[in-house]
Design a protein around this ligand. Structure first.
Ligand code: SF4
Ligand code: SF4
Length: 382
């Protein structure tokens, strides 16, 4: 089963409460980036292109837990950078679990075996290991040989200790559906409980921008992959309608507030993928962001985005409104042939604004004023 029953019921109850109380915007998943530093430098990464002063900044345990208290999302995803480079990651996780949040810790697994003792298995806690394919594909995607074997060894060690372990798999336009299908079979054979799949977001500053998928290519790729999965028992962690969207059978607008993002700069506007400004508090993010300025067909930087952290919340809302449609896709899988639904029009989107340098300067000034950029000796490297 993709998501444990306890989690399905808790999240279902939370979503129904929000829906029927008429709350217009509510979060599902808090994306916590406690640091941007990573011990890899993947080609498709748009998170690590910062000067050392920023890469060396951390969200403290107190700040992380205060943010978790501010944001009512039932799920907290620890992302980054590499969260296990944060020396107090275990305390942040313990604090989140004490608040009965479902915690997913995303890691490239290079430090996982070394840090396993600091964590305890719980139905509320899941390791999400970054694995972008088989040995060849993954090592190439993360630009470092040996990482696939290290990740697999860590997955087996975590499973042996009783942890829940999922994988997070990002597909680029050089993905081969046949190889990916074999990789999904393999992942389940080593005890992986669920797979989160997504096309890569076209980060402007990622080194391999030529390999990001456009919308049509994304849908074709996922159709081929899902066709190969018919009759198999692959477990995806996403809703059936999000998978249907990837296969070109739903035309969704994103729900950027569904996954609010907290990082060392504050609460990121408008979403996990795009940093166009920062709010000081969760409330300020929700109340003062010009949400209508973002999304497919509204802003050029959103044109090719089909990433789960933008569209899963849309699929969940659609599931509430159309439970039979969702149940049909869950039972039979996404349709992998026939015409695709017409996508959102892009002809009226506003042009992309290049605000990287300006935001960088503002954020450096802010971190410096907070005294975070001149104390590098305290910084943990794992
Ligand atoms: S492991 Fe994740 S955070 Fe680190 S470089 Fe790769 S994509 Fe970026
Ligand atoms: S489409 Fe939505 S989720 Fe994707 S980058 Fe734009 S605002 Fe963010």
């Amino acid at each position: 089963m993709a998501v444990p029953l306890l989690q399905t019921l808790r999240i279902g109850y939370y979503v129904m409460r929000q829906h029927f109380s008429g709350t217009k915007r509510y979060p599902l998943v808090l994306m916590m980036e406690p640091l941007f530093r990573c011990n890899l430098a993947c080609n498709g990464c748009g998170k690590i292109d910062y000067p050392d002063a920023i890469l060396n900044s951390r969200i403290s345990v107190a700040e992380a837990l205060a943010s978790i208290d501010e944001c009512p999302a039932p799920v907290v995803v620890m992302a980054g950078g590499e969260p296990l480079l944060h020396r107090e990651m275990d305390q942040i996780v313990k604090g989140a679990l004490a608040r009965k949040k479902f915690v997913y810790l995303c890691t490239n697994a290079l430090l996982l075996e070394k840090k396993l003792d600091l964590f305890e298995p719980s139905p509320y806690f899941t390791w999400t290991v970054h694995l972008d394919g088989d040995r060849n594909d993954h090592d190439r995607a993360v630009s470092q040989e040996g990482t696939f074997d290290q990740a697999v060894s860590a997955i087996k060690a975590a499973k042996a200790r009783g942890f829940n372990v999922n994988i997070n798999c990002t597909l680029f336009n050089n993905a081969d559906p046949d190889r990916m299908a074999k990789f999904f079979d393999y992942a389940h054979s080593i005890g992986v409980g669920g797979i989160t799949i997504s096309p890569g977001y076209a980060y402007e500053r990622a080194p391999n921008s030529e390999h990001f998928l456009n919308r049509r290519h994304t849908k074709d790729l996922f159709r081929k992959l899902f066709a190969l999965g018919k009759g198999k028992s692959w477990v995806f962690t996403q809703s059936s309608l999000f998978l249907d969207f990837l296969a070109g059978n739903q035309a969704y607008q994103c729900t950027p507030w569904g996954n609010p993002t907290r990082n060392v700069f504050g609460w990121q506007r408008p979403c996990y993928l795009l940093g166009e400004g920062y709010a000081k508090t969760y409330k300020e993010l929700m109340d003062d962001t010009d949400w209508d300025a973002y999304g497919v067909g509204k802003y050029e930087k959103c044109a090719d985005c089909m990433v789960h952290c933008g569209f899963e919340a849309t699929a969940v809302t659609d599931t509430l409104s159309n439970p039979l449609k969702a149940a049909r896709v869950a039972l039979f899988g996404p349709r992998t042939d026939g015409p695709m639904v017409p996508d959102l029009a892009l002809d009226k989107q506003r042009p992309a604004i290049d605000n990287y340098e300006q935001l960088l300067a503002e954020n450096l000034e802010k971190l410096s004023a907070e005294g975070r950029t001149n104390n590098l000796q305290r910084v943990s490297q794992g």
